[in-house]
Design a binder for this molecule. Structure first.
Ligand SMILES: NC(=O)C1=CN([C@@H]2O[C@H](COP(=O)(O)OP(=O)(O)OC[C@H]3O[C@@H](n4cnc5c(N)ncnc54)[C@H](O)[C@@H]3O)[C@@H](O)[C@H]2O)C=CC1
Ligand SMILES: CC(=O)N[C@@H]1[C@@H](OP(=O)(O)OP(=O)(O)OC[C@H]2O[C@@H](n3ccc(=O)[nH]c3=O)[C@H](O)[C@@H]2O)O[C@H](C(=O)O)[C@@H](O)[C@@H]1O
Length: 421
């Protein structure tokens, strides 16, 4: 097994020789996933070149500025060396080519793999049979095989399973799925990952199995979170004063096999909210993901319903806390902030609502909530953890809606996440 972080790292190249350091080209390497991954690869002693069409991002990287919020990102950029390029032909000099480009769904939830195929069109004249091509983006089943049809390089599927904001540590510590068409390409890719990972590379899967395995992980999370949200809604329906947080805590205490998720007002993001469509679009047997999507997307609306039912008159000022897709990240993609904006406007509250997010300059600071009479946590940033600080910023009595259970008061003295204070 090759040693981590380059010390005695021996990474076989495809011609059967070994080298301490590979030329690694990461296409889409300026992105939220690609950049932390590129830095992690560089810790293995490899010569890493990022290829990206986002020239602003590349300029920031060249200037030594980590361009978005990611734990340890700036520190690692200060530590390792990486090169940047906008030219796809640099892959001609690479031993290992990695694709980390975006794989969205369109507005009708149809998987859109066009960026992957556009990249293959751009790089295939420069790839060759001695190279390893690692598909790291999350793709619909079968896309790895389609990519392999467009190049002579050995194509393996090694999906990223890191959580945004913890990308660097997860890249190193989360076991690596690896779908490879031959034992040889499996061994070569495994050796490469072992140069910068601490966790194990999993036993060989086919490319399509690796694609399915990655997607199932995210579907599992999304559906599980929907269950927490559904249970919160059921608790709302069944009675006044009942509290889903108390129920779940007491019901699961001391039972190893029962770890129910709590509810959350913003269940989404750039991956959980779309990856399930890769397996369920146009496949009628899998309505579970679609149902989960309906439940999760309705949470901002249900949160406002609960305030309206409890208070019964229009508020003078509403404060929505947290707009990015998850706690402490700065990424808006896939956030239910869109649903929240829509619901606020539809209910006629647009002129009396402030939106607060310390991780996004487009929104207000906490002091803007002064005088609010409804305060709702959409995304539970740690900046909001101190309830006293929030209530001081309000400066008077207000109704609070904390579906997440961020505050102790929610667990102890709330009506299913709502309380007046
Ligand atoms: N963001 C996340 O937390 C995670 C994302 N993933 C998967 O990783 C993939 C990438 O996602 P993100 O990094 O979030 O997307 P992103 O949009 O932040 O990054 C994609 C990058 O590809 C670049 N790009 C687009 N077309 C290009 C081209 N023709 N040549 C070179 N570069 C090009 C873009 O400029 C961008 O920098 C997706 O498949 C996603 O599902 C997987 C795990 C975690
Ligand atoms: C365990 C885990 O978090 N899985 C990953 C997930 O990462 P991601 O960065 O999207 O973050 P996340 O923390 O799961 O949050 C996703 C969404 O779920 C929400 N969320 C989170 C925890 C929870 O109990 N309830 C809930 O509703 C968050 O607010 C967010 O909107 O999706 C990643 C991806 O594919 O991008 C995948 O690589 C990761 O393994």
């Amino acid at each position: 097994m090759a040693a981590r972080r380059g010390s005695d790292a021996t990474t076989p190249t495809l011609d059967g020789e070994t080298s301490d350091s590979c030329n690694v080209c990461i296409i889409g390497g300026a992105g939220y996933m690609g950049l932390p991954f590129s830095l992690a690869v560089a810790t293995g002693g490899h010569d890493v070149t990022i290829v990206d069409i986002d020239e602003d991002r590349l300029a920031q990287v060249d200037d030594g500025v980590f361009p978005f919020s990611e734990r340890g990102g700036q520190e690692l950029l200060d530590e390792v060396e990486i090169t940047t390029s906008t030219e796809h032909d640099v892959v001609a000099d690479a031993d290992v080519v990695v694709l980390t480009v975006g794989t969205p769904v369109d507005k009708y939830q149809t998987p859109d793999m066009s960026i992957v195929f556009a990249v293959m069109d751009a790089i295939s004249p420069y790839t060759n049979e001695d190279q390893l091509l690692i598909l790291r983006s999350t793709v619909a089943p079968g896309v790895g095989d389609a990519v392999a049809n467009r190049t002579d390089a050995a194509v393996v599927n090694a999906p990223e399973r890191a959580r945004q904001h913890y990308m660097i540590e997860d890249t190193i510590n989360v076991p690596q799925l690896l779908g490879a068409p031959t034992q040889r390409s499996y061994e070569q890719a495994k050796s490469f990952f072992e140069t910068f990972m601490d966790a194990d590379v999993m036993p060989r899967l086919s490319r399509r199995e690796a694609e399915l395995a990655k997607i199932f992980g995210n579907v599992f999370l999304y559906v599980t979170f929907a269950l927490g949200n559904e249970y919160w809604a059921l608790t709302e329906h069944h009675g006044d004063g009942d509290n889903v947080h108390r129920i779940l805590e007491v019901a699961s205490k001391g039972i190893d096999w029962f770890n129910p998720p709590g509810p959350g007002a913003n269940t989404g993001g750039p991956c959980l909210r779309k990856d399930g469509w890769f397996v369920s679009t146009a496949f009628p047997a899998t309505e579970l993901y679609e149902t989960a999507s309906s439940i999760n997307n309705a949470m901002p609306s249900r949160a406002l319903d609960g305030l309206e039912e409890r208070e019964g008159w229009p508020p003078e000022k509403i404060a929505v806390l947290g707009m990015t897709f998850k706690a402490d990240a700065d990424d808006m993609r896939g956030s239910l902030a869109d649903q929240m904006h829509y619901e606020i406007e539809r209910r006629g509250y647009g002129d009396r609502t402030v939106f607060v997010d310390p991780h996004n300059d487009a929104y207000d600071e906490l002091d803007a909530i002064d005088g609010a009479d409804w305060v709702l946590i959409l995304t539970p940033h740690s900046a909001f953890e101190d309830f006293e600080a929030v209530s001081d910023a309000v400066g008077g009595t207000a109704w609070y809606c904390d579906i997440w259970g961020l505050w102790n008061r929610t667990h102890e003295r709330s009506d299913n996440g709502y309380f007046k204070y």
